[in-house]
Design a protein around this ligand. Structure first.
Ligand code: PEP
Length: 251
């Protein structure tokens, strides 16, 4: 069975007090479920707190970004090795907010993916099209280009230790989710594209959907055969909502 995962992306939200309440509620509310993992991706300064709170629990944690460099004169950057020291299992790479607001292009995202793997982290590689690109019928070209940049920098085998997240940019933080069929179509396309290089790997790779997942739409999205869970932004900040979304990902 393919591994399923629900990961929260807290973005630039939180405080020591609010995080403590949220983490306590998640530890109490997230039940063991076969084949389903849980994770939260917190802002860098809170990783020590998250690691302390979640060590020994069934919830993993990760960062929202990682440097493409291992060390050096890169002011403001954080390396994969540093994240490992705080127990991170995951690092989000290529989130559309990093691509759009901070100018991260495909080659930078690919370098970050490779750096994360080098450090022993599991990258959560985000790919997805803008509304204009979808309306022009370019969705498959865009996700192919984003995926191919990573495949050019890493061996296909590196994808076996990674998680993909299809996140249509028009659905992120907008309250407008992709329909289950729209998500399924792109997930199946991504899996088929990987399958052209390695069929077995493609069948096993975890592909999350992200973009305005809420407790009310999660069951239908997660019921699609190629949707293996979700990357959850806004709703991951409310324990009740995140727990309900996680429950919808159980098989
Ligand atoms: C995200 O930040 O990756 C995301 C999917 O956000 P939201 O769930 O708020 O749309």
């Amino acid at each position: 069975m393919r591994a399923r995962l629900v990961a929260g992306n807290w973005k630039m939200h939180g405080s020591l007090a609010a995080n403590a309440r949220l983490l306590d509620a998640l530890k109490a509310g997230l039940e063991q479920a076969e084949g389903l993992g849980y994770a939260v991706c917190a802002p860098f300064p809170y990783l020590a707190q998250v690691s302390q709170a979640l060590s020994g629990s069934r919830i993993a944690w990760g960062a929202q970004n990682v440097s493409e460099h291992d060390s050096g004169a890169y002011t403001g950057e954080v390396s994969g090795a540093m994240l490992k020291e705080f127990g991170c299992r995951f690092a989000i790479v290529g989130h559309s907010e990093r691509r759009g607001l901070y100018g991260e292009g495909d080659s930078t995202v690919a370098a970050k993916f490779v750096a994360a793997r080098r450090a022993g982290l599991m990258p959560i590689l985000c790919i997805g099209e803008t509304l204009e690109q979808r309306e022009r019928g370019e969705t498959e070209n865009v996700v192919s280009r984003q995926l191919d940049a990573v495949l050019a920098a890493a061996e296909i085998a590196a994808l076996a230790d990674a998680v993909l997240a299809y996140e249509p940019v028009w659905a992120i933080g907008t309250g407008r989710n992709a329909t289950p069929q729209q998500a399924q179509d792109v997930h199946a396309f991504i899996r088929a594209r990987l399958g052209a290089s390695d069929r077995a790997l493609a069948a096993n790779v975890t592909i999350l959907y992200g973009g305005s997942v809420k407790p009310n739409n999660a069951p239908e999205l997660f019921a699609m055969p190629d949707v293996d869970g979700g990357l959850i932004g806004g709703a991951s900040l409310a324990a009740k909502d995140f727990i309900a979304i996680c429950a919808a990902a159980r098989r």
